[in-house]
Design a protein around this ligand. Structure first.
Ligand code: ZN
Length: 268
């Protein structure tokens, strides 16, 4: 027979269980809070002057701001699966936002904190992309078209981020752009042209007829746009995935060279 204190304990356990079932991320939300508190404490510490001399705190400062947005597809089968992946310490991956096929937006991290979404990446001379970017993951199996409600929600999030952090249009790019040869997200069906029309990313002009100068160097143009040209074929593939969206051959045909020539002038 159970004693009274045991009964009480049992009731408390039941309550905790039901709380868990209504919010499966209660425990990881607690971990999030604890980690943000620890980071806040790091910021509050008086800095150690590298020269070992005095500290005089200025009164004029703010938080560092993200200046890029990197768009991904999850290559998973459900939003739930991605939320799980991003709340397990062993995966060491995360993003600021996850957007479901149904358009539901999950924010997973404060914009001012560093998510782990870029991996080994480069854009121009920028190598620590995670420190200066917001990562957005779109629930998608990697091959399917992106659902309309999902794109609508993405546009809303992008609009907020662009205004809040004053992010330049050219700085809305894809994971494949910053990791040629390693990443292919978001997939070839992603509506980059629509995004550019709304002010998120750049897009070549229509009906290109200008002839390309004889001294035009396509690899150099890719580098100026931002691509890592260590492996030029991979850089061309990433360019084709984002700006051509037809065949990914790794070799530019005449039409594609015209697109590149037109586009690179926008990045000069
Ligand atoms: Zn990615």
């Amino acid at each position: 027979m159970k004693s009274k204190p045991q009964m009480l304990l049992f009731a408390a356990a039941l309550t905790a269980l039901s709380a868990c079932s209504s919010s499966p991320y209660g425990p990881t939300n607690k971990v999030y809070k604890k980690q943000t508190k620890s980071l806040a404490n790091t910021i509050r510490e008086t800095p150690v002057n590298p020269a070992g001399q005095s500290f005089v705190g200025t009164v004029n400062f703010g938080l560092r701001k993200p200046n890029y947005v990197i768009i991904h597809h999850t290559a998973q089968n459900s939003t739930e699966q991605t939320l799980k992946t991003f709340t397990m310490p062993k995966t060491q991956v995360s993003a600021h936002y996850v957007i479901g096929r149904d358009g539901v937006v999950y924010q997973m991290l404060n914009d001012y904190l560093r998510a782990w979404h870029g991996g080994a990446a480069r854009w121009g001379n920028l190598t620590d992309i995670n420190s200066s970017s917001i990562g957005i993951e779109l629930d998608n199996n990697g091959f399917e078209p992106f659902a309309q409600p999902q794109i609508n929600s993405l546009l809303t999030v992008l609009d907020t981020l662009k205004r809040k952090h004053n992010i330049p249009a050219a700085n809305f790019i894809g994971h494949s752009d910053i990791a040629p040869g390693r990443k292919v997200d978001p997939n070839i069906t992603f509506p980059w042209k629509l995004l550019a029309e709304k002010g998120f990313g750049l897009w070549p002009d229509a009906g290109l007829s200008d002839s390309i100068p004889a001294n035009f160097n396509d690899v150099e143009a890719l580098r100026i746009i931002g691509y890592d040209i260590k492996n030029p074929v991979n850089a061309v593939k990433s360019f084709q995935l984002h700006f051509i969206q037809k065949e990914i051959t790794g070799i530019l045909n005449e039409e594609e060279k015209k697109v590149l020539f037109n586009l690179y002038k926008k990045y000069l």
